[in-house]
Write a protein that binds this ligand. Structure first.
Ligand code: ZN
Length: 95
């Protein structure tokens, strides 16, 4: 099913319609088209964070941030939490 490509103005942010319509299966799954995954660099097993805004469901590539400073640079995963290299360095200096 291909709809018309349209751009909706929403709170200053442009939401671009891809013209793609997908049906949800019995388990609530939908398939992201391969072209979209390639464009957005989404690989198998990548995590997507699900946002809800009114009636909209928004998927965003999940990007963990440092638990201490919210940085997303050079993250190290420790026991399921992300810590940036900067904070690790600061912690090491205190020990
Ligand atoms: Zn940090």
């Amino acid at each position: 099913m291909e709809g018309k490509t349209s751009v909706k103005q929403r709170g200053g942010k442009k939401m671009k319609s891809t013209g793609i319509v997908r049906k949800v299966d019995e388990l609530g799954r939908i398939v992201l088209p391969i072209e979209m995954r390639r464009t957005l660099d989404i690989a198998e097993k990548d995590a997507l964070e699900i946002y809800v805004e009114g009636d909209n469901v928004i998927l965003r590539k999940y990007q963990a941030a440092c638990v201490f400073c919210d940085s997303v640079r050079e993250l190290i995963n420790y026991k399921g939490r992300s810590i940036c290299a900067d904070c690790v360095g600061k912690l090491q200096n205190k020990v």
